[in-house]
Design a protein around this ligand. Sequence first.
Ligand code: ADP
Length: 710
Amino acid sequence: MGAALQRVILVTHDDALADIFKKACERRKMTAECVKTATEARARWYDEESQLVGVVGDSSVMNPQEKYQLLQFHCEPGAPRLIVLDPPQVPDPRAPIETVTRLRWPLNAAFVDALKEIQVPMVFLTDSTLYLTGMLQARLQSIGLKTYIFESATGLSQTLQSLLGGEKEAPAEGGGFWSRLSGKKAEEEAPAEGGVPPCAIVLWKGDAFDAQPVHQRVTQTIPEARMFLVTSSGAVHNAERALRKMRPAFMPRDLIENTIDVFTTKINADPMGLGRVLLVDNFKPQLIQLSTSLMAEGYEVLAHMSAEEAMEELKTDHFHIAVVGAAIAFAQHTGVELAQKMRELDPDLRLILMVDRYPLQSALQGVSQVVEVGLDDCLLKPVEPSRLRFSISRALERRRLLLENKRLLDELKVANEELEQLTGFQKKFFATVAHDVKNPLTAIRGYAELLSWKIKDQDLMKCVTHIQSSSKTLEGLISDLVDFAAIESGKLRVNMAEMDLLQVANEVSSRIQVAANNRQIQFKMSLPESLPKLSGDPLRIGQVIQNLCTNGIQYTCEKGAVYLKIEQGPSLITVSVRDTGIGISKEDLPRIFQRFFQAENAQKMRRAGFGLGLKIAQEIVKAHGGGMGVDSELGKGSVFYFTLPLTSTPTQTPAQAGASAAPAAPGAPPKPPHPGDVPAIPGMPSMQGPHTPMPRRLQTPPPKSLPEKQ
Ligand code: ADP
């Protein structure tokens, strides 16, 4: 049973966006349903026939009620996952906002400039990583804003109000405000003076969804306040995290295509970011320096001073690379062991170790572990940010290549399985043809023969002759298929025995002569007086010679000539068949021994055939330890030739035959016959025939009779 059809719903009024979405879904073999309202989307949630993977809402052209309704529907039990598309442009902090605005670190310069102009209290919720908070504070201070760092959002609205000039002391909830200021005493920070509105930076562990109640509380007390959520992670990653928690996710509108992959978790890397880095070290200044530099470059960074927390992070989140300080303590484990544990959690995670320079011995040990443990790099502390960036980019490239390799291997595996299935089918087909067609055909030929003896009527006799010649042609075709199937499964058998090659050639000649006469083609033989006895299968070698001669006659025009020649060399015997026929083009020549290949120029002259004859002939010759080749020139003619080794002892198996075929290597193309020995084809170039190393194991018995090709 096939997998259920997958569909995605898009709520939008924008036809252009709907088009992009539909095409993206099509490419992923999914159905896109584009609707205009949240209610329409709601009506399409359930469908027996297909699986709804998620709903995408285009908030940039949606009115607030519509968006609210979509979010409401999402709260229903069993609701599909939801991604809301944000407008692509940089948010304008001056515009009144009804919800928390999501921002990515580093902040856009235009956005920061605009911040200077608004004279309202602001709240920045930041990633839980401490260093982002510090960096944000520095950035906001650089434009003259008065910042306060909070370690939680408890009592935030009252505190802000007090900063605005209300009460001096914050209400009791969650402890006094001043005591919650990070690292600062109440006395050090005076409430906002001279009309500079306060700017609170809050350490935030939640996401945009968790921030909504905080936003509501703050704006109830201070309606003009603005709230932003700043994270170092990219939109795709944030969305993945939100969906995992069954929350609605938010993504920029220009990433519409990626929403589908986020639903199906097919995203390997954030299309907007360089990669996600987990930094773990116990030396804070180094952590701050490295994360600042990496974030400025465009990496998503999560820094931790605690190994346990870093491990927890890795269990729930997805990183591309971890940079671990070797001195970090982790449940009595070393930094290297921590790195190994991390790799166990995620085998695709790349790892960089940072080791202390001193003592020298442990530094050297750290470096040597790079190879042992399969780390990507080992850097000596203090680590230069540029050195780390280089090392990370190299490790990420390696990760990309490894993943790509894995993907290609998977694809190859699938393709191989399909191919195996196909080959299985092909083999079965050939086997069926061999047995189920060959037997009735033999019966037809037998009965036609019987009829030919009994029938006296001339007209009836003509019919019987037709039956006989057609079934003969069919038998030739079937024989080729059977042989080919045997070759493909490595089971073609040759019966090696003592062979009289001259006798074999004479027998073929008597059969060929008839066909040559019919087409008024001159067929001549040039045989030596005598030849030493060879090791070979007379039926199979006869099949090869007959095939070459039949081809010669078939692809030569009337009144042309075909010559069969056998000559003996010091260690080889060369058999060549030369014709004055149509020849073979330079382009086709290298493919002539490929299975099923049939040249374009031969189409008109072809009779029944699959383009298997030469392939079979070549395999038979290889099984005898010989090689096959061809010389040809288009329009002038061709010489097909093959060699057989001169061996004193007949060999019984093809493998042995191959091994004893000295000096010619089994399957090697023979030297072309001496040009002076056969009538030359004027201007014909000399070409080597293609060959592949053989022999293969050949085990099927040869056919009882020679296939007759004509
Ligand atoms: P078939 O003859 O059944 O097509 P073969 O394997 O015997 O299969 O030949 C493959 C192709 O090689 C032919 O279709 C033809 O294009 C080309 N060929 C073979 N012998 C000759 C020849 N003597 N002259 C020209 N072309 C040839």
